[in-house]
Write a protein that binds this ligand. Sequence first.
Ligand code: DX5
Ligand code: ZN
Length: 216
Amino acid sequence: MKKASIAPSLLAADFGNLQQDVEMVNASDATYHHIDIMDGVFVPNISYGMPVLKAIQKYATKPLDVHLMIVNPDRYLEDFANLGAHILTVHYEACTHLHRTIQAIKALDMKAGVALNPHTNVMLLEDIIKDIDLVLIMSVNPGFGGQSFIENTYDKIKAVKEMITRKNSSALIEIDGGVTTANSQQLVDAGADVLVAGSFVFKSDNPTATIKNLKG
Ligand code: DX5
Ligand code: ZN
């Protein structure tokens, strides 16, 4: 049976003990560190920025999966490359010239991801799917951790999976928001490759075991 890659979201980490939480992820079965950058404009919340990412990078031993919830991401692509982002994901809704942005991310030697808000139809990816490395399907409205999973996500995963196969794309499908062990297996069965989990991991009694359980 296919196993998911897990990307714990540090948004739910203890920022007073960030090193400890990053090292927990290093030693776990997780594949990535998921980094949520929010600007208070694209989403109604501000998370953290470059200095905190720099601190994370210092201790992280797994690839950084950076999710930009910001307007005008083009202004900062080089900064995120310099901060060691392995995957850089921008929102479809925040990019007027998405194709240009994707090419710029790849020219900086990063993997390029595109995120879709819950209301954004997956068919809008038809003309870009072959150019990208990852599709991030938001399974909550972006901006906050700890929200409930939106059930329509399963249909979106299946539609993206069908598109990836039909277009011969190698993009991975990542799900972000409200992921728990109650839905992880069903998400993988629908076609998800990477599961992001924040609160479910960091608010659990044993985050290392929770990551293992999510992986399946
Ligand atoms: C939400 C972020 C998520 C968030 C997930 O806008 O993109 O990565 O941290 O948190 P949980 O797993 O608590 O829903
Ligand atoms: Zn995220």
